[in-house]
Design a protein around this ligand. Structure first.
Ligand SMILES: [Zn+2]
Length: 359
């Protein structure tokens, strides 16, 4: 964890960098109503070659709209060695990750229920339920789930040599039984946080003749990134390797756990709050990316206008700026506005605006 602090000036600026970790268990907490957030799709580097007439057509395994109420955080690792690279030559994967992770905003969304759905018709081979939903945070948590890394989930035979394994479903939500037929889109259960997972998501591994396949490139693609590819998805899924997860205001420095719980989403805060902080959680930031944070008082005055350069790549990133409430320089009542932009070179990769009322 990195802490950059400039507390001696009236506006405080702090950034927490969360280092990337090495297993599904160690996914960083992620959450995110993406409402109002503007994440720009990145250009794909590799060409899609025509699909074979008999190629499989798999749907996304989660009933949500990508970029709106869910997002892909981690892709398949295409590096054969100890390094890790996703198919777009980005870093949104880790060594040995053999599937795709579809994340949802936070524990509140998880409690409400986001369906995991069958990517294609098939027959249920195996299921597991009863594993508790707990966000993994350390090695003890990890040791406790040994043998149940997939958490609650199922393996489905999709025919023609294809299987898919769906992981980390919510405890008690598994809705199918071994031997049962499923149609494409059949609800299998709800997205959860069971097994080796540190944010609510469904991990899906596709296998062809027993071998894990990156769904974005297909079974015949060469190893590595930027290769000719034949996706097995039934429609193109955007590759967005850097984007916004969530943003909001807080009256004290936000911590990752609370953010994962869905806290710090207030639209009103008491005028006597000790500070007013504008925080942004993003993913896939790279060294040299620049973040601009701006905070405006109700009278339009610019209180903070900071640009910060990212010092190291991070799969998830939490940064914030703000103003302390002091007798010399009190917070004023009314609607405060904040704005964030994430830039790489000349390109704006993501931006978001937020408002909060102090009263
Ligand atoms: Zn995963």
């Amino acid at each position: 964890m990195i802490l950059l602090s400039k507390k001696h000036i009236s506006a405080i600026f702090l950034a927490l960098g969360l280092t990337s970790l090495s297993s599904c268990a160690k996914h960083i907490a992620v959450n995110a109503p993406l409402i109002e957030a503007n994440t720009i799709a990145q250009n794909l580097v590799s060409t899609v070659v025509a699909q074979k007439p008999n190629s499989p057509q798999f749907g996304q395994p989660i009933d949500c709209t990508l970029g709106k109420d869910c997002f892909i955080l981690l892709y398949f690792d295409r590096d054969p060695g100890p390094a890790a690279v996703d198919f777009g030559c980005g870093r949104q994967t880790y060594d040995g990750h053999d599937g795709t992770d579809f994340g949802i905003p936070d524990a509140k969304a998880m409690a409400k229920g986001v369906p995991v759905i069958a990517s294609a018709a098939g027959k249920v081979l195996r299921v597991r339920d009863g594993v508790v939903d707990r966000r993994l945070q350390n090695d003890t948590d990890k040791a406790n789930i040994q043998g149940t890394e997939c958490g609650n989930g199922m393996v489905i035979d999709h025919g023609g040599g294809w299987e898919a394994q769906y992981c980390h479903l919510r405890q008690g939500s598994v809705a199918v039984k071994p031997g049962a037929p499923v149609a494409k889109g059949t609800v299998l259960g709800m997205v959860g946080n069971s097994g080796m997972a540190s944010f609510p998501h469904v991990h899906v591994t596709f296998r062809y003749l027993g071998k894990a396949v990156d769904p974005f490139v297909g079974p015949d693609a060469k190893l590595g990134c930027n290769v000719a590819r034949q996706p097995i998805w039934d429609k193109p899924l955007d590759y967005i390797s850097t984007g916004l997860i969530r943003a909001g205001f807080a009256s004290k420095p936000p911590d990752m756990n609370a953010i994962w719980q869905g806290q710090f989403a207030e639209t009103k805060l008491p005028l006597n709050s000790p500070a007013l902080l504008f925080w942004v959680q993003s993913y896939g930031v790279l060294k040299g990316d620049r973040e601009q944070y701006q905070l405006f008082a109700p009278n339009g005055e610019t209180i903070v206008n900071n640009t910060n350069e990212i010092k190291a790549p991070s799969r998830t990133w939490l940064g914030y700026i703000g103003k302390r409430n002091s007798t010399n320089s009190p917070l004023t009542p009314g609607v405060w506005r904040a704005q964030y932009r994430l830039m790489r070179g000349d390109r704006v990769l993501a931006q978001v605006k937020r408002e909060v009322e102090l009263r």
